[in-house]
Write a protein that binds this ligand. Structure first.
Ligand code: PLP
Length: 403
């Protein structure tokens, strides 16, 4: 194992010295590799990759994904607006809202973006507003999965979608307003490392799909996980891709040509990013050693919100023996502000730089100004080049909205 962390061909410490900490750093090549890995392994000819931009909506990252050919899965009108601003064609943006208002429906529709309907109530409201038009419906296929209960978005406890056994009511409303259903959709959860829940969900979704005869696409959602813990194995994308190809080829033969759509966030960007932070305090109590850093759950909330594991390395001591058990914590005034609890680590001194790994998805995009702290800067690395892609916030940014 190398002793020093490189991002692309640049030392993590060099990037931190140049831009300061805390700092998000992304590797463009990793995003490209993840995208390629998907398209090369799903051989069904009409496969479309959409990027769930909630995972990371840095404008430069959106441009990279646009360049690769991805569409956008947007969940708010503002994500729609952002994607249009970046240059995505409205025909490559798909809006999946939850509990949306009529005003939001109108806004998205006026941008010529296809709406994925989440409830029978929304379907009716949409039908009244835009009869004789095209829509997609989100189905709850009665299957859910995910790395944490909060991110299971299918099955009996999920607030999302129209239950799979309500197709008669869907058909009635569709006929009342002369709507065309051109897509059916599911998104059963996030951070899933096994193929089984997807395959079960797809089976149920395809049963629903057969009820509609004007489908252009079937969207199986996002949710493909990445290994965060050392013992976790990546999802076998080759095998999964083969299964998808078989299933959709056979469906298309019997029921007509449809596109297979995936809308992935985490899988595309999570392992491309790290959060670099500097240790400023080492505190030993009679019970614990606390490693205090210059970031906190305001910048990366996943450990606190989901009890999520992130690998943490000392950027210049990667190969050193782990000699101590420590709690690695942030600078926020809550005791739950921990990135790692009782984690074996090498010797850590004040001034050392840590990299919190796999922070490219749901890191910056879920960050906040809690404790009135500014958001970190973001940097992109490509090979031996680095560039600032979002500047660090300033005190002016923090108070600019107040009257
Ligand atoms: C509708 C929808 N699609 C796709 C995704 C992306 O999920 P993931 O990042 O797990 O691929 C989400 C995430 O919450 C979502 O809500």
């Amino acid at each position: 194992m190398k002793d020093i962390l490189y991002i692309g061909q640049i030392k993590a410490s060099e990037i931190a010295d140049k831009y300061g900490t805390p700092l998000y750093v992304y590797n463009e090549d990793t995003i490209k590799r993840n995208y390629k890995n998907l398209i090369e392994n799903i051989k069904y000819p009409k496969t479309e990759i959409y990027y769930a931009c909630k995972a990371n909506y840095n404008l430069t990252i959106l441009k990279i994904l646009k360049g690769l050919g991805a569409g956008i899965d947007a969940v708010s009108p503002w994500e729609v607006e952002l994607s249009i601003h970046i240059g995505f064609s409205p025909s490559k943006i798909f809006f999946t809202g939850n509990n949306v208002t009529d005003k939001e429906i109108k806004y998205v529709k006026e941008h010529n973006v296809l709406i994925n309907i989440d409830s029978l109530s929304e379907l009716k409201r949409y039908g009244k507003m835009y009869p004789n038009s095209k829509i997609s419906v989100r189905i709850n296929p009665n299957v859910g999965a995910g790395h944490h209960i909060h991110v299971i978005t299918g099955g009996p406890n999920s607030k999302f979608g129209i239950y799979y056994n309500r197709t008669d009511e869907i058909k009635q409303i569709v006929s009342d307003y002369n709507l065309d259903i051109i897509g059916v959709h599911m998104h059963i959860g996030s951070g899933i490392l096994e193929p089984e829940p997807f395959l079960l969900g797809i089976k149920s979704l395809l049963t629903t799909a057969k009820e509609f005869n004007k489908l252009d696409f079937i969207d199986i959602g996002g949710g493909l996980g990445i290994p965060y813990k050392p013992e976790e194995k990546p999802l076998n994308i080759k095998k999964f891709g083969q299964r998808l190809t078989e299933i959709f080829t056979s469906y298309a033969k019997k029921h007509g040509d449809v596109s297979l759509r995936l809308e992935l966030g985490r899988y595309l960007v999570a392992n491309s990013g790290v959060l670099i932070t500097r240790v400023n305090t080492v505190k030993k109590t009679p019970y614990k050693t606390f490693i205090g850093t210059d970031t906190g759950f305001n910048h990366l909330i996943r450990p606190m919100l989901y009890n999520a594991y992130h690998e943490i390395v000392v950027v210049d001591k990667m190969a050193q023996e782990k000699t101590q058990m420590v709690n690695i914590c942030g600078n926020i005034c809550e005791n739950g502000d921990l990135f790692a609890k009782d984690r074996p680590m090498p010797d850590i001194e004040e001034g050392d730089l840590l990299a919190i790994m796999n922070a490219g998805a749901y890191g910056f995009s879920m960050s906040s100004n809690y404790n009135f702290r500014p958001l970190p800067a973001e940097v992109l690395v490509l090979g031996n080049e680095m560039k600032l892609i979002r500047r660090r916030e300033t005190i002016e940014d923090l108070w600019r909205c107040y009257e």
